[in-house]
Design a protein around this ligand. Structure first.
Ligand code: ZN
Length: 356
């Protein structure tokens, strides 16, 4: 159990705001991995179909532990049928140098019942029905902002389509997660003009620097990210509130850690992995900083029970920090609001509502 901040810690660096635990999930179904797997999902099919069990189970867990989260959803996933999807396709589309990255030549099935790998309207509705859950965007088409060939204009058109299809389901988008974490600073204005207030920056350290596919997925960087999940190779990754709010008005609710899926071969190292994450959560709670954990629903599509119990162990640490240190559980949009206004009353109010 982590000690309370010492008088010295409090004296030299006053804790003005409570620490926060932020969760975000990149909800994308096959659209997020279509360049890596065949159209029927191939050997990843079980993970993708498993999303339909994983999402309700996660929502139940979040509700039980009063956890708020952002579900950064691919625009295509909002659709329940091909007609609905086609109605929102932008006229201007990305002309990637590598044409395999564009989903616009794909032929999804008729509707969600026939093609559960491409459509997720019922799941979006399910998430929306749960308290404290924010629907954000993961772009309309799982758009790659750092790949050669695409432009600011095609990104703007993509985001407009995402905003329109979300609005058709009563969702106003406030937060974005860039696909493959390809954060493109040159697009900050496109976000601001459209009312997006928060994005998820990459966690600090060279293994996590934004880049196109070649840069980000080099063997050395992948290996470093794996080691870093178990041993503190890059530090706890928590952010100060003053780092969240940027001069240009956007909020960078920076990632702290990726919640890796359960791997049976590495099960015996899970204690290390849990200790690494728990100590970062406790540090955020003690120092009044922000810890941001992210993953994909399809990461839980296999080994659901093992994944849920690992997540629950983290949420128990969050609960302990909430009791002892007033730690908040926030969506990205709520974290941005706290960073900008310096107040958390509204957020705490919604937690009380949750408990009632
Ligand atoms: Zn993605």
């Amino acid at each position: 159990v982590a000690p309370l901040p010492t008088r010295e810690e409090r004296g030299t660096r006053p804790v003005l705001r409570p620490g926060a635990f932020v969760c975000s999930l990149d909800f994308e179904l096959l659209w997020g991995v279509r360049d890596l797997h065949p159209a029927d999902g191939g050997r990843y099919r079980e993970n993708l179909l498993g999303v339909r069990r994983a999402i309700p189970a996660m929502l139940e867990l979040f509700e039980r532990h009063r956890i708020h989260a952002t579900w950064a959803t691919v625009g295509f996933v909002f659709a329940g049928s091909r007609e609905e999807l086609l109605a929102y396709w932008p006229r201007e589309r990305p002309g990637y140098d590598d044409p395999r990255l564009s989903p616009y030549g794909d032929r999804p099935g008729r509707d969600e019942r026939e093609d559960p790998l491409h459509y997720g309207a019922s799941l979006v509705d399910r998430i929306r029905a749960h308290p404290g859950q924010e629907i954000g965007t993961h772009t309309f088409s799982h758009y790659y902002c750092l790949e050669p060939g695409q432009t600011r204009a095609t990104f703007a058109a993509d985001l407009d389509a995402a905003i329109r299809i979300a609005a058709s389901r009563g969702v106003r988008l406030r937060s974005i997660v860039f696909p493959r974490n390809q954060v493109n600073e040159a697009y900050a204005g496109v976000l601001r003009e459209r009312g997006i207030v928060a994005f998820r920056g990459n966690q600090p350290g060279w293994p996590y620097r934004a880049g196109d596919r070649g840069e980000a997925n080099g063997r050395a960087r992948r290996a470093a990210r794996l080691v870093d999940a178990y041993l503190p190779a890059t530090g706890p990754g928590v952010a100060g509130w003053d780092e969240v709010r940027r001069a240009d008005g956007l909020c960078d609710v920076r990632a702290s850690a990726f919640l890796r899926p359960h791997q049976p071969a590495l099960r015996r190292l899970d204690g290390l992995r849990l200790a690494r994450l728990s100590s970062a959560v406790r540090l955020a709670a003690r120092a009044g900083r922000v810890f941001h954990l992210w993953w994909h629903p399809h990461n839980f599509g296999r080994h659901l029970e093992a994944n849920l119990s690992f997540l629950e162990a983290i949420l128990r640490v969050v609960a302990e920090c909430r009791e002892r240190l007033g730690m908040l559980s926030l969506s990205m949009g709520e974290a941005a609001a706290v960073a900008v206004t310096g107040r958390e009353e509204g957020v705490r109010g919604s937690e009380r509502g949750l408990r009632a």
